[in-house]
Ligand binder design. Structure first.
Ligand code: GAF
Length: 414
C-alpha cells in the first residue's frame, strides 16, 4: 500500500513504550511505575446497534494509546499528552464534577477554571470521576499519553485513551476490576463526564479484543465471543480508508439518531429495537409508516442486527469471503436509512467495490471518519490505488489507507 496511500506506522511498540517512559520521566522527574496500552478499533459490522441493546463485532487495530503512569496518594491527578501541546493538566480527584455540554466545559468547571487546556483531558479525568462514583478509591496519579490512534477518524481514539487510563489506574491502585467493568466505567466517563451519549462498543473493543479475532458482543447482557478472523491465512486483507473528514460524536447528530431509535422502540412498545424480530419487520414498517424518519432508523437497526448474525454464521462456518456483500449492504443501510454517510465515505466504498473489493462499508459513528474494505490480498494494492485516484478525481483530500490486522486489547506493557 505504500505506493498509493500513507500507511500509518503502527509498529515499533517497544520503541514507543521506551519513548513514553522517557517523556514521562522528562515531564514528571522520575521513571513511571508502569506502561499500559489500549487500541483503537474498526467495527466489522453492527453499527449504531450498541445503544439499541443489539449486536456488534469490532476488532482492535494495532494502533494504540500508551499510558505511562505512577500512582499518587495525595489526591492530585496530573495529565500530560505527547500529542497535544499545553503542558501538564493538574486536577484534584475530589473536585471532579460531571457537567452537561462539551468536554472542555466539563473539565473547566471541574478544575474551577484554574488552568486552560483542550478537551482531551476530560477523558482520563472522567475515568477517575467514574471510578470514584462507583466507590473505587483512586488516590491520584501522574499520567503521560502517547498515541498512534488517528483522532477524529472514527477509529475510537477516545475509548483508547479512556481504557488505557482505566487499566493503568486499576493496576496502580489495585482496584481489582475486570476488563468489561473497566469498559463500562470508561463509557460512564464519556456519557456523564464528557457528555457524549455513546454506547458500549468502543470501550469494550479497547478493553476486551484479542489478537487474531473479531469480538462478537451482545450489548444487552454483555456476553462476548472471540471469533477467529484470520485474514492473512485466508489470503485476504482488510483495508481502512481514513477519508480525513473529521467526525465528531458530540455535535448532536449522533444523539439525534439515538433519540430517534428510542422513539421507535417506544412507538412499538419494546424495551429496545433489539427486541423487534427480523421476521416481523414488514408489519413493523407498516405500523411506523406515519413517521418515515423513525421508520428508516428502525429498518436499519433491525436489518443490521440480522446482518451481524449472518456474519457470525459465515465466520463460524469458515466462509470469510461470504461476508463481503453483507458489509456492502450494511453501508447502503447506513447511507440510505440511517443517513450518516458522506460523499467521501460513499466514494471510498463505491470505488473499492468497482475495483474488485469483496465488500466495503463505513465504520464507526459516521458523518466522516473511515471505511473498511475487504479485499483479496492480490487485489489490495490495486483497490487502494483506485480509491486514492477516485478521491483525487473528485477533488477530495488524499485518504490515508492502511491495513487492519486484528490486534490485542488493552494490556500492561511493563
Ligand atoms: C461511535 C460510538 F461511540 C459507539 O458507541 C457506536 O454507537 C458507534 O459510534 C456506531 O456503531 O463509535
Amino acid at each position: 500500500m505504500t505506493a498509493h496511500g500513507a500507511v500509518t506506522p503502527a509498529t515499533g511498540h517497544a520503541q514507543r513504550a521506551r519513548h513514553a517512559a522517557e517523556r514521562f520521566a522528562a515531564v514528571y522527574g522520575a521513571a513511571p511505575t508502569g506502561l499500559w496500552a489500549a487500541p483503537g478499533r474498526v467495527n466489522l459490522i453492527g453499527e449504531h446497534t450498541d445503544y439499541n441493546d443489539g449486536f456488534v463485532m469490532p476488532l482492535a487495530l494495532p494502533h494504540t494509546t500508551i499510558a505511562a503512569a505512577s500512582a499518587r496518594t495525595d489526591g492530585v491527578l496530573r495529565l500530560h499528552s505527547g500529542g497535544v501541546g499545553g503542558g501538564i493538566v493538574e486536577l484534584r480527584t475530589d473536585a471532579l464534577r460531571p457537567a452537561p455540554g462539551p468536554a472542555s466545559e466539563a473539565l473547566e468547571r471541574s478544575r474551577g477554571g484554574a488552568q486552560r487546556s483542550g478537551g482531551w483531558a476530560a477523558y482520563p479525568a472522567g475515568v477517575v470521576w467514574a471510578m470514584q462514583e462507583a466507590g473505587l478509591s483512586v488516590g491520584g496519579a501522574d499520567l503521560h499519553f502517547e498515541s498512534t490512534v488517528p483522532t477524529g477518524a472514527g477509529l475510537s481514539s477516545s475509548a483508547a485513551l479512556e481504557v488505557a487510563t482505566a487499566l493503568a489506574l486499576n493496576d496502580l491502585h489495585a482496584l481489582g476490576q475486570q476488563s468489561q467493568r473497566l469498559a463500562q466505567l470508561a463509557q460512564r466517563a464519556e456519557n456523564a463526564f464528557v457528555g457524549v451519549p455513546c454506547g458500549i462498543m468502543d470501550q469494550t473493543a479497547a478493553a476486551c479484543c484479542t489478537a487474531g479475532h473479531a469480538l462478537f458482543l451482545d450489548t444487552r447482557d454483555l456476553t462476548r465471543r472471540q471469533i477467529p478472523f484470520d485474514l492473512a491465512g485466508e489470503g485476504l486483507r482488510l483495508l481502512v480508508v481514513d477519508t480525513r473528514v473529521q467526525h465528531e460524536l458530540g455535535d448532536g447528530a449522533y444523539a439525534e439518531r439515538r433519540a430517534g431509535c428510542e422513539r421507535g422502540a417506544r412507538a412499538l412498545g419494546v424495551r429496545a429495537l433489539r427486541d423487534v424480530p427480523y421476521a416481523h419487520l414488514p408489519e413493523v414498517l407498516v405500523e411506523l409508516a406515519h413517521d418515515p424518519v423513525v421508520q428508516a432508523l428502525v429498518r436499519h437497526i433491525v436489518t443490521e442486527n440480522h446482518r451481524v448474525e449472518e456474519v457470525v454464521a459465515h465466520l463460524d462456518a469458515g466462509r470469510i469471503r461470504a461476508i463481503g456483500p453483507l458489509l456492502t449492504a450494511g453501508h447502503a443501510s447506513l447511507r440510505d436509512d440511517f443517513a450518516i454517510s458522506c460523499p467521501e465515505l460513499d466514494l471510498a466504498v463505491d470505488a473499492a467495490r468497482e475495483a474488485g473489493a469483496l465488500g466495503a462499508r463505513m465504520t464507526g459513528g459516521g458523518f466522516g471518519g473511515s471505511a473498511i474494505v475487504l479485499v483479496e490480498e492480490a487485489d489490495a494494492t490495486e483497490v487502494g490505488a483506485a480509491v486514492t485516484e477516485a478521491f483525487a478525481a473528485a477533488g477530495h483530500a488524499r485518504p490515508r489507507i492502511f491495513e487492519a490486522v486484528p490486534g490485542a486489547g488493552a494490556h500492561r506493557i511493563e
